[in-house]
Design a protein around this ligand. Structure first.
Ligand code: AMP
Length: 283
């Protein structure tokens, strides 16, 4: 599988210089000791937007990729890891969701097509995903580090990222693969309920609301996401097996794969992750 080539044929470095330079300038204004929590605006909206807080610059930043089937709790772990390690949480799904919500934004034709794929539950084509990531490559090359969540998702995307990082002489710290048996994943996803208003997440047996179908936080109605219905879960798990599972072998061959059993509370899984990461500090 070959890497995705940018449409304009320009070398990768010409895409990143402007962004990196502006981020360096921003960092001077925001201060080196600014709070680590980042609003990720440059990632969510693209490089014309500026983040209000950038992670502190590090000599050896953490650069992590999270792998795992839908429902293993990658998103939660990504949040916890970025808080702990001071890196940016870069989720490609979040970029597409932000674009879908922004009705008055000027969406490029490529983004409009991407959103159609997303609504159908299909993977967005590699060329579109890579173009979007490349446009935001300042976030990846930033010296605060990153936790990539939902990207790469195919071998083509993984090759493109590898090529970009090699050109910039950057190395990945680790690829964390969160593992859980399929029946446990189906149980987690099919019992998940989300608040219509504040988006809080509950589970019918593991984290039930005090009043059935009513959000504890805001009183909003709880509903089952369309893609959490059993028939959609099967489609999503099949897509994962087909396109994303081969990445496990790819990163295993590169000596980067770290396996995590995604059982227990988010804090327990996080503790397990940190223990494994201790054995391979970034360099
Ligand atoms: P996620 O929140 O990561 O599950 O992503 C939500 C949806 O966005 C996916 O079902 C895909 O339609 C699309 N998407 C996100 N990231 C990628 C990616 N790396 N490659 C292809 N499609 C993606």
């Amino acid at each position: 599988m070959s890497a995705v080539v940018p449409k304009d044929g320009l070398p990768f470095s010409s895409h990143v210089t402007g962004v990196t330079a502006r981020r360096a300038l921003l960092r001077r204004f925001v201060g080196m000791n600014a709070p680590i929590k980042n609003d990720r605006i440059a990632w969510l909206q693209g490089p014309s937007a500026n983040c209000t807080a950038l992670p502190a610059e590090r000599k050896h930043p953490w650069r992590l990729i999270l792998l795992g089937a839908p429902g293993v709790g990658k998103g939660t772990q990504a949040e916890l890891l970025t808080e702990r390690l001071g890196a940016c949480h870069l989720s490609t799904g979040d970029v597409f969701r932000a674009a879908a919500k922004c009705s008055d934004c000027d969406q490029s034709p490529a983004m409009r097509v991407a959103l159609e794929y997303m609504r159908r539950g299909d993977l967005v084509p590699d060329s579109t995903v890579w173009e979007m990531v490349l446009e935001r490559s300042g976030c990846i090359l930033d010296c605060g580090g990153f936790v990539l969540d939902g990207f790469p998702r195919t071998l083509g995307q993984a090759e493109s990222l590898k090529e970009l990082m090699e050109k910039e002489k950057l190395s990945l710290s680790a690829v964390l693969n969160y593992e859980l048996p399929v029946n446990e994943i189906v149980r987690r996803l099919s019992g998940r309920r989300t608040c219509e208003q504040c988006k809080s997440v509950f589970h019918v047996t593991e984290r039930p609301p005090k009043i059935a179908s009513v959000c504890d936080r805001c009183g909003g109605r709880l509903y089952q996401r369309e893609d959490d219905r059993p028939e959609s879960i099967t489609v999503r798990l099949n897509a994962y097996e087909r396109s994303t599972a081969p990445l496990i072998q790819f990163y295993e061959d590169l000596g980067l794969l770290v396996r995590i059993v995604a059982k227990g509370s988010p804090d327990e899984i996080m503790a397990q992750t940190m223990n494994k990461l201790k054995e391979r500090p970034p360099h």
